[in-house]
Design a protein around this ligand. Structure first.
Ligand code: AHR
Length: 628
């Protein structure tokens, strides 16, 4: 028997409790959600021809990479000098090929600077067998200076590994740059926008927040390759790319072609957060590079530009259009503020160097922007234990929110459902900013099995029961591309044409879409249900929906019958929706072939009297929504 103390709510639940962690890892942004199909469109990768192949032989000097340092953020371009009118061709391989869909329109575009007019461009889409499945021709203007041109192509076939041929015809000389191909249909049909199918899965979660841009990429391997938000805003051709921190990270998955082009930059992250109804949660570098790599630090007397970046970011997000950064936001298309409320300082940083730098950030930020909550990192948590200073320095510093990360085996998640039951309520709130149940790491890639997801569901009952202190939670990493990942498990897997949610995705989504507004205590034998007999439970009330929502995990191989006595003065109707995620085999997962093997099954039920008597399937996570 379980007692549900409906009349004794135990605290409020943050409206942005369940959210999304976004990082450009596993080809999450470039080659993933950012819908650009051309790899190395601006020839700025370390090796300028990476991604490109010359289709024709041409005399020396016909095709040249020119480096013009006066061009902001994008010095290199391709100079074509073709006085004899030879047929010249280039092929781009895309990011592990290009996903092309039959009947869809693609927009090809480039920048060019004609020195001697007369060239024209013919482009072709190819499938895996090199068959042309779409083409277009465009003339180039004779006007002087850098300018843009575009053409549309319609694909006659679907191809998961398409390619692009660019033929340069006619006599003349011109520079070319930003050679680009996007599907016309993107999320909200924004030109050069995001992959619609991938964003849709995020929107379906109804996330409370979007944390961006990472992860370790915030820190960089060294400070030179840290994420600098100012370099990711403004015209895309001026955004200076850098090598991705996840480039060739893991020997079993080499990705030497992994760069951050920043077509998805801070403006687009804010816009994405707004689109999907999520609070924007940017995390900035605190003057420290990744402590798993160089651990390079900026000296304290050189920290000022890092702190200024934080101040300017607040101006970019919230400032009036009369300020420099607010004006840029308006010029980019968003005069209204983005309503930034939280800002992270450092990702997975720790030790005295971190505390010192965090202090310096806090001093300035709290003085100038007391309205912004500061999120501090608690480093990683390799043993599943909190770092000593979590309850010490960060607490005594009066930090608003502490970001904890745990990548641990299923057994840890199952045994940690009470982790926050005795947590001191008088200080900072907790942001469970990165977690995932890892089935086989560190000896191999973790699989996103039902075992992993169900252990997370069990642990999350503990976050929900303690939602007065744990105010934010997000799984990590978010995306994995099947042909270019460095880290696994991930919440959502994609290839160039398809996307599916893992069992963990369905768990996250069920929590997020049924988060409620008030914590309702639920007990068995006078104690919270934290794994006794492998059962876990939490309950919330949703004021808007007037629903009592019970979440229950049965981590047993046998069905379990349970009786919930709802202690409520209020009348209730007994009508309920029961949503079940279950599988008797803990080793199953979803896949491209079977994307919905594990998915929620919804049914309408009716409970008589004031108790809910229910049988829970073996290895199941169930959400019961009772209308009162
Ligand atoms: O989510 C993958 C990585 O895990 C993140 O980049 C980092 O913060 C953590 O170590």
């Amino acid at each position: 028997d379980f007692q549900v103390a409906f009349d004794k709510p135990a605290g409020k639940i943050s409206p942005h409790m369940w959210g999304i962690f976004f990082e450009d890892i596993n080809m999450g942004a470039d080659g993933g959600i950012y819908a650009e199909l051309v790899k190395n469109r601006s020839f700025e990768f370390d090796e300028p021809w990476m991604g490109w192949k010359r289709l024709t032989k041409a005399p020396e000097g016909t095709l040249l990479i020119v480096n013009d340092s006066k061009r902001k953020g994008n010095a290199r371009s391709l100079r074509v000098h073709n006085p004899d009118g030879l047929k010249l061709g280039l092929q781009n391989e895309g990011f592990r090929g290009m996903g092309i869909r039959k009947g869809e329109t693609y927009e090809f575009s480039l920048l060019y600077n004609p020195l001697e007019a007369g060239l024209r461009i013919h482009v072709e889409l190819l499938n895996e067998e090199d068959k042309v499945i779409g083409s277009a021709t465009m003339a180039l203007s004779e006007a002087e200076g850098w300018q843009s041109a575009k053409a549309e192509l319609v694909a006659s076939e679907t191809s998961a590994k398409g390619k692009l041929n660019v033929w340069i015809e006619g006599k003349g000389t011109s520079s070319f740059d930003m050679i680009s191909l996007f599907p016309k249909e993107t999320w909200k049909n924004r030109p050069k926008g995001l992959r619609k199918d991938m964003v849709q899965l995020l929107a379906d979660m109804k996330p409370g927040f979007l944390r961006f841009p990472g992860g370790c990429i915030v820190e960089g391997r060294d400070l030179a390759t840290r994420f600098q938000w100012k370099k990711t805003v403004g015209p895309i051709e001026q955004r200076e790319l850098i090598i991705n921190r996840w480039n060739t990270e893991f020997k079993h998955r080499l990705t030497p072609d992994y760069f951050q082009t920043f077509g998805l930059g801070f403006y687009e992250y804010f816009q994405l957060a707004e689109d999907i109804g999520a609070e924007p949660v940017p995390i900035l570098n605190c003057g420290m590079a990744c402590q798993f790599n160089t651990g390079e630090v900026a000296p304290m007397d050189e920290l000022e530009p890092y702190i200024q970046d934080a101040l300017d970011l607040i101006a970019f997000a919230n400032g009036s259009t009369a300020t420099t950064w607010g004006k840029l936001r308006a010029e980019m298309g968003h005069p209204e503020p983005f309503h930034l409320k939280m800002l992270g300082v450092g990702n997975e940083n720790w030790g005295p160097q971190y505390i010192e730098r965090l202090e310096a950030f806090k001093k300035v930020l709290k003085e100038k922007h007391p309205e912004i909550d500061i999120i501090a990192s608690s480093g990683t948590d390799p043993e599943g234990e909190r770092f000593a200073y979590l309850d010490g320095e960060l607490r005594s510093m009066g930090i608003d929110i502490i970001d904890e990360h745990y990548y641990r085996p299923p057994a840890w998640f199952l045994s940690s459902a009470a982790r926050y039951d005795d947590y001191d309520r008088s200080g900072p709130k907790v942001f469970a900013g990165e977690y995932a149940s890892h089935t086989t790491r560190p000896n191999g890639p973790g699989r996103s099995t039902w075992e992993a997801a169900l252990s997370e569901a069990a642990f999350l009952t503990g976050l929900e029961r303690n939602a007065d202190v744990v105010t934010m939670a997000s799984y990590a990493p978010l995306f994995g591309h099947v042909d270019g990942w460095q880290w696994s498990p991930d919440l959502i897997w994609v290839d160039n044409l398809n996307v599916y949610g893992t069992p963990s995705y369905h768990v996250q989504k069920l929590y997020s879409r049924n988060k409620g507004t008030d914590i309702i205590p639920i007990q068995r034998n006078g104690r919270p249900v934290t794994g006794q007999d492998s059962l876990y439970a939490s309950a919330v009330y949703d004021e808007g929906q007037k629903q009592l929502i019970i979440k229950f995990v049965n981590y047993n191989s046998e069905p379990v019958q349970a009786n919930f006595n709802v202690l409520a003065k209020r009348k209730w109707k007994g009508e309920a929706t029961k949503i079940t995620l279950a599988n008797a085999d803990l080793q199953v997962s979803n896949s491209l072939e079977e994307p919905l093997k594990i998915q929620p099954v919804e049914q309408q039920v009716n409970y008589k009297g004031k108790s809910v008597v229910e049988t829970f399937a073996p290895y199941s996570f169930t959400v019961i929504k009772l209308t009162l």
